[in-house]
Design a protein around this ligand. Structure first.
Ligand SMILES: Cc1ncc(COP(=O)(O)O)c(C=O)c1O
Length: 442
């Protein structure tokens, strides 16, 4: 498989052309990578009107993923906005209301995009006792929820894998969606690599109509590189309007460094990724087994540890690992998440093992996250986002309405969503997770 974008940039950077075009660094290496950073010059194609090297590279990605695949240089965040636009377009085109039934653990981009596009959301909340970062919906539950509508929502939106490594039964959920004539859209930001497991566990192969993958999260791609994938089962309008959908929300100056990174990743994936992933998965499985720690979640190569079960908060454990020069992806009072890929070396795994072995195991901490009931929606997310707001210390937010889901990333999953009332119970929850301020409607 070729790498037309990378080859073009390499040739250009080795040529004697005077760069009388953007970017302003003119290929001078301040950071070290500027010589590879170009813009849409002649021959370099155009991301949202791709008929040259970018089109060729996207065709390579499409053949790897087995479905129409479009590049984003602005992460899954851009793809999520595009997915919601396409769902709205489909709704308008079929005379339906833009209305989505969504798992509550959605990334904040989903809520914000739905608000901007005036899409109504019905939330599916996690079952009792489930972490707020998860929402593993059973097919039976989804079927019952969809049965409850006279006029069905136009799409179901789920996040799988979630931040802490749980995976939904997408094959079964897609059957349910098909039965009810509803689109299944999946935030697969954490699961680009799932395509290359044997058999594939990628949402599109399991029946999802549309999904996004952050290539940069699990594949060797620069931060910002992502894919929008569309299934053959999706309405034709999705693939036809995918570029338009992406361009609506994107910068007109896509990063060629990121494009080149997506491009060169195709070659690597084609040549060796399946076997590399399988080798690495076995190594992480062996590590997991040897550690004998209370890991949770379904993903093989993401290690999510129930820190309290060994007597630490997740944040304490992350601190201890950091002292041992291991930087984790995410930690909160309960959990610590290590995201690993085949680009981690064997030596990395050995060091992770020694670091965990050196941490004395203590008796479990019994304190659970505060119980939290469904927040009451007072105004629509759109009305909330378009309201003037003020930032207040969390203790002063009781009975106020959240204007803006200002949760940090990671995990960027709102506890209370915009337009909902902040109760005393919610405040306890915010405090537990270390959230100090909220933007509330003035
Ligand atoms: C579940 C989920 N969806 C979407 C995103 C946004 O992805 P990106 O950072 O590629 O824009 C993230 C980011 O962490 C995420 O965790």
């Amino acid at each position: 498989m070729n790498s037309p974008i990378f080859d073009f940039i390499k040739n250009y950077s080795g040529s004697k052309h005077i760069r009388a075009h953007m970017p302003g660094h003119k290929g001078m290496d301040f950071l070290g990578c500027e010589h590879l950073d170009i813009t849409e010059i002649s021959g370099a194609d155009s991301l949202f009107d791709a008929s040259g090297i970018i089109g060729e590279s996207e065709a390579n990605a499409s053949s790897l993923f087995g479905c129409p695949t479009f590049y984003s240089t602005e992460g899954s965040s851009l793809c999520i906005r595009a997915m919601l636009y396409l769902i709205s377009l489909h709704a308008a085109n079929t005379g339906k209301r833009a209305h989505i039934l969504a798992a509550r653990n959605s990334h904040k981009t989903f809520v914000n995009a739905a608000a901007m596009l005036d899409i109504e959301i019905d939330w599916i909340f996690p079952e009792n006792g489930e972490n707020y970062l998860s929402c593993v919906i059973s097919p039976k539950r989804l079927d019952a929820l969809l049965d409850g509508y006279n006029v069905k929502p136009c799409a179901v939106y789920i996040t799988s894998p979630d931040y802490i490594g749980n995976i939904c039964d997408i094959a079964a959920l897609s059957e349910v969606c098909k039965k009810h004539g509803v689109i299944l859209a999946v935030d697969n930001a954490h699961g680009a690599y799932l395509k290359f497991k044997t058999p594939s566990m990628h949402p599109i192969d399991l029946g999802a109509d549309i999904c996004c993958d952050s290539a940069h999260k699990t594949l060797p791609v620069l931060t910002g590189g992502a894919y929008l994938h569309i299934s053959d089962s999706a309405p034709d309008i999705f693939a036809q309007y995918a570029k338009k959908a992406l361009s609506l929300f994107a910068s007109t100056s896509p990063s060629y460094l990121i494009l080149a990174s997506l491009d060169i990743a195709n070659t690597y994936i084609y040549k060796e990724y399946n076997s590399e992933l399988s080798r690495f998965t076995d190594e992480v499985k062996a590590l997991r087994k040897s550690l004998e720690l209370p890991f949770i979640g379904d993903e093989d190569i993401k290690l999510t540890l129930d820190a309290k079960a060994i007597g630490y908060t997740g944040t304490e454990l992350a601190g201890l690992l950091s002292e041992n020069t291991i930087e984790v992806e995410f930690a909160d009072p309960d959990l610590v998440v290590l995201m690993l890929t085949p680009q981690n070396t064997r030596e990395d795994l050995v060091r992770i093992k020694s670091a965990f072995d050196a941490i004395p195991k203590k008796s479990a901490i019994s304190e659970k996250p505060p119980q939290f009931h469904k927040p009451e929606p007072v105004v629509s997310p759109r009305e909330a986002l378009l309201s003037v707001s003020e930032r207040l210390p969390i203790a002063e937010c009781e009975s106020r309405i959240l204007a803006f889901a200002n949760v940090s990333c990671p995990p960027a999953v709102p506890i209370v969503s915009c337009g909902e009332k902040i109760t005393a119970e919610a405040i306890r929850c915010f405090e537990y997770y270390g959230i100090e301020y909220c933007d509330v409607i003035k």
